[in-house]
Design a protein around this ligand. Structure first.
Ligand SMILES: [Zn+2]
Length: 342
């Protein structure tokens, strides 16, 4: 089978198209023919060696996989060749105390698909069968590959880590990002009112099309006071944040008393300082969110099947153009998701 492998870290890293032996499923494993695989910031961190873990190279990246089961290993009874599936990218152990409670995103022995084992920028991928989630018949492969990682991350943030209710104000950072574009739609689906941000006119326009009532430019120094003005000086109930760096202390200025920031990323920086005084006086909360549970994956695909959650697909690239896809995402000129179709 063909696979695009990262052979040397860097910005850009060095990729090679390689012919590899077809994977063979062991006990509890399945082989999935990759029909589509989404590109994510996680892949860029692998490329530049920016993760706290040191993956060995060569490595096939790609963690947002949709495809068809082609082979099942011994002990696999729930799946058959031909089944249409999405693959959960946080490889949970299914045995620790958190997995036992269905909190797979808190797994004590979690690994990342496409980082610690080969992922989906290949014709086939070998994964533990427990990672599979059935794809509803009306959800096509590119839709799944553009939603199941970023979309289920947003689902986990809004419906599990947060409890967003009808009528509440939600500020979603980064309308054009995978997480942001899904978070806007999920917040609207839950009946909330949405303010979003975008660094270009096109990104702000997309935010409004997805259901936000206001789309602000975070480069404008007054954007946080604009949020307070929109909410009659009250501030928002929730902020969905995935940028980190200087952005996180800024969004605190937008938060209502008793409000909460849910954060799932740090693309702009991992260290922050903020004034803890107004934070405790206003009884606000900062909530971490990481990955998703299978329940979030199922909910995401159910919302997609019901037409309530649509992916924003920037472009679909063939396997040969994976390096180009990485470069496009790194330049931050992407509206929505890039999907690779082997
Ligand atoms: Zn576990």
């Amino acid at each position: 089978m063909r696979a695009v492998q990262l052979v040397a870290h860097g910005t850009p890293g060095r990729f090679e198209m390689r012919e590899l032996p077809d994977p063979r499923p062991g006990e509890g494993e399945v082989v999935v023919q990759v029909m589509a695989c989404g590109l994510n910031h996680l892949d860029l961190w692998l490329e530049e060696n920016g993760l706290p873990i040191q993956p060995s190279l060569p490595r096939t990246a790609g963690c947002e996989i949709a495809g068809r089961v082609t082979q099942v290993g011994p002990g696999v009874t729930a799946w058959r060749p031909g089944d249409r599936v999405a693959v959960q990218s946080n490889i949970f152990c299914d045995q620790c105390e958190f997995c036992q409670q269905g909190e797979e995103s808190l797994c004590l022995r979690s690994e990342l698909l496409g980082i610690q084992r080969d992922g989906g920028f290949a014709e086939k991928v070998l994964v533990p069968a427990r990672l599979l989630v059935a794809l509803p018949p009306t959800v096509d492969f590119p839709t799944s590959a553009a939603l199941t990682l970023a979309g289920s991350t947003a689902m986990h943030m809004l419906t599990h880590r947060a409890t967003v209710k009808a009528g509440e104000w939600v500020l979603v950072m980064g309308a054009a990002s995978g997480v942001g574009s899904a978070a806007i739609q999920i917040a609207r689906g839950l009946g909330a009112r949405v303010i979003t941000t975008g660094t270009t006119e096109a990104k702000r326009k997309l935010g409004l099309q997805l259901g936000a009532e206001y789309a602000l430019d975070p480069a404008d120094a007054r954007w946080t006071s604009e949020v307070r003005k929109i909410t009659n000086k009250r501030g928002v109930d929730w902020v969905m944040e995935h940028v980190g760096g200087d952005v996180l202390p800024k969004v605190m200025e937008c938060l209502a008393r008793g409000g909460a920031i849910v954060t799932c990323g740090a693309t702009a920086g991992r260290q922050i300082t903020f004034d803890i005084w107004p934070f405790f006086v206003k009884q606000q909360r900062l909530i971490g969110s990481y990955g998703r549970n299978r329940a979030d994956m199922r909910a995401t695909l159910d919302w997609a099947a019901a037409g309530k959650l649509k992916p924003v697909i920037h472009a679909i690239y063939p396997l040969e153009r994976v390096p180009e896809a990485f470069a496009a995402l790194r330049q931050r000129q992407v509206l929505g998701k890039i999907v690779i179709q082997p």
